[in-house]
Ligand binder design. Structure first.
Ligand code: ADP
Ligand code: ADP
Length: 225
């Protein structure tokens, strides 16, 4: 089955639809970006996959199974939030361990996985540092590691690089691509930056006014005539 499948999904707030009738299939191992201007429904769509927003109608499937009744932590997904949502006064290692402690994983296993994750997100040696002492790029890596450490099938990223300056964005784009390739997971990222969508993803979902306008490879979407 596909990693993610949306079937005629809509979300209505009051009199207006944030997302209207979106159907979409995301293959396993894909890196999809959801691209469009502010307010077009990108975050709402992502949050219906993660379970933080409940659709008004339609169905959401993960690995071929409807997850409409499942809470976020019950889904095989993990989310990287735009503002990172880390615990600033805790250490990097404590932040990374959080999701594993929630899942009651054994202490020595947690320690092993935290060390491996510090390596993966290029933070070796930073485990005992407090998050409040980290730079923006480092905090971004902690947020990424905290999501990946629970080994989700699908990683969801909401404007993950939005808070970083241009140089750091470029560097983190490259790191994200490398991690995606090495882990072979499905990544779905929201961005309003066309260049970022082209750099990161193998498929781009173009949204406008709550609707999915196009869903295709960068080559097909932006091919010169
Ligand atoms: P984007 O991520 O593309 O900026 P959003 O998904 O955040 O777009 O929002 C899409 C539309 O839905 C916007 O008009 C926004 O104001 C509205 N919206 C989003 N969340 C809510 C909410 N909880 N209540 C009411 N309106 C909302
Ligand atoms: P983003 O564009 O990064 O998704 P926003 O700043 O639009 O975030 O929204 C922040 C939060 O407020 C989100 O949880 C969103 O669902 C909610 N929200 C957005 N628009 C509205 C709205 N018109 N009424 C109520 N809540 C909203």
């Amino acid at each position: 089955p596909n990693a993610v499948e949306l079937r005629a999904v809509s979300k209505v707030y009051g009199a207006s639809a944030a997302v209207r009738d979106v159907s979409m299939e995301i293959a396993r191992g894909a890196f999809v970006t959801i691209l469009g201007p502010s307010g077009c429904g990108k975050s709402t769509l992502l949050r219906m996959i993660s379970g933080f927003v409940t659709p008004s109608s339609g169905d959401v499937l993960i690995d071929g199974v409807s997850v409409l009744g499942a809470a976020p932590y019950e889904r095989d997904t993990a989310m990287v939030f735009q503002d990172y949502a880390l615990f600033p006064h805790r250490t990097v290692a404590q932040n990374l361990a959080f999701g594993l402690r929630m899942r009651r994983i054994a202490k020595d296993e947690i320690a092993r996985r935290v060390e491996a994750m510090l390596e993966l997100v290029n933070l070796r040696g930073f485990g005992d540092r407090r998050v409040s002492q980290m730079s923006g790029g480092q905090a971004q890596r902690v947020a990424l590691g905290r999501a990946l450490i629970v080994r989700p099938a699908v990683l969801l990223l909401d404007e993950p690089l939005g808070a970083l300056d241009l140089k750091l964005r470029k560097q983190m784009q490259a790191e994200l691509k490398t991690i995606h390739r090495d882990l072979g997971l499905t990544f779905v990222a929201v961005t309003h930056d066309q260049e970022e969508a082209l750099t990161l993803s193998d498929r781009i979902a173009v949204m406008n006014g709550g609707a999915l306008e196009q869903f295709d490879t960068p080559e097909n979407l932006y091919r010169r005539p």
